[in-house]
Design a protein around this ligand. Sequence first.
Ligand code: COS
Length: 382
Amino acid sequence: MALDTETLTLLLDAVRRFVTERLVPAEDALAHTGEIPSDIVAEMRELGLFGLSISPDYGGLGLNMEEEVRVVMELGQTSPAFRSLAGTNIGIGSQSIVLAGTDEQRSRYLPKLASGELIGSFALTEPDAGSDAMSLRTSAVRDGDHYVLNGTKRFITNAPIAGLFSVMARTAQERKAASISCFLVEAGTPGLTLGKPDKKMGQAGAQTCDVVFDNCRVPASALLGGEEGSGFRTAMRVLDKGRLHISALCVGTAERLIRDAVKYATERKQFGQPIAEFQLVQAMIADSQAELYAARSMVLDAARKRDRGENTTLEAACCKLYATEMVGRVADRAVQIHGGAGYVSEYAVERFYRDVRLFRIYEGTSQIQQLVIARETIKAYS
Ligand code: COS
């Protein structure tokens, strides 16, 4: 379902204003405290940001992919930790339920995820299973009308504040997709404990930690879709969407970085003139702007293709690879344009330089995107 043009324009304007007037001024404090103030969380809920991609039947805004990426391009113009708070509810923390949940699971969880009352979290990665997701070891063993979960999940975004975990666990030993199932585990279930919040390079305020299952008993009704063996494929489908979302975020962040770099370059004078007048500085601005345009075009094209119901595994991986690497280069040039000022925390580019490094790693590293692109391309041409 697509919004009418006027509603979409109003939504984009409202998000843009919220980012400029409320989030950007709160970036510095967030970087120091690592806490998103409760009034900002309340405003995010009010704007409907937690339920962007959830159907209006469950209280969300029901945006299609093109609309979602356009909103995320706005949210990307400030510290990524703000987007991260709602990001799991919009994406990997809710989409397993949207794609494969039973009616009962959808009505139980989606309204609370859409409103932001409940934070969803996606638990796939483990200490020994990162890129090789299929080698995960967390087990779920059937015991009467329950399953018993054992294992450790690592670097789980929003786990410290999550009320619901989509947990990929092994229900059979053989190495194949059908051995992995997904369980919806509520925080507070006995046997589920959290590790200490990870100390990260950047993205202060976006929290991650280990999630440990020690004989954690969940009712059989917690099995996503009521069916064993579909967890891996569901996780991959969730990531296909998530990778487009992250790509849109990179587009927004690159735009912010170019704007900051241009502002600095027009104010900073050397050799008697603003450094923006030097062609070597202009070259950095030009390369960044051209790459931003390419990434934006790719993301919008892939989103429209997805909205037409086409498979976008290849396109999502192309976007994730290109957009995340692109924003890394743009951040590097923004620091370079700022010179010494870019290396001190007074200017936002220093913080963004560290923040964007994660984009090339989570939801599939650049190398995993290359692997997916190559596989899909070879499949298509052979
Ligand atoms: N959509 C739907 N199904 C998919 C899929 C997709 N995008 N990608 C794979 N599958 C299915 C395959 O069709 C296959 O199904 P069958 O068993 O029915 O044939 C099954 O899943 C296994 O796929 P594959 O053989 O490709 O699995 P691999 O172990 O080779 O791994 C990669 C595939 C590397 C792509 C996967 O492990 C991956 O994405 N790793 C990165 C994980 C990640 O992003 N982690 C980030 C943490 S989450 S923030």
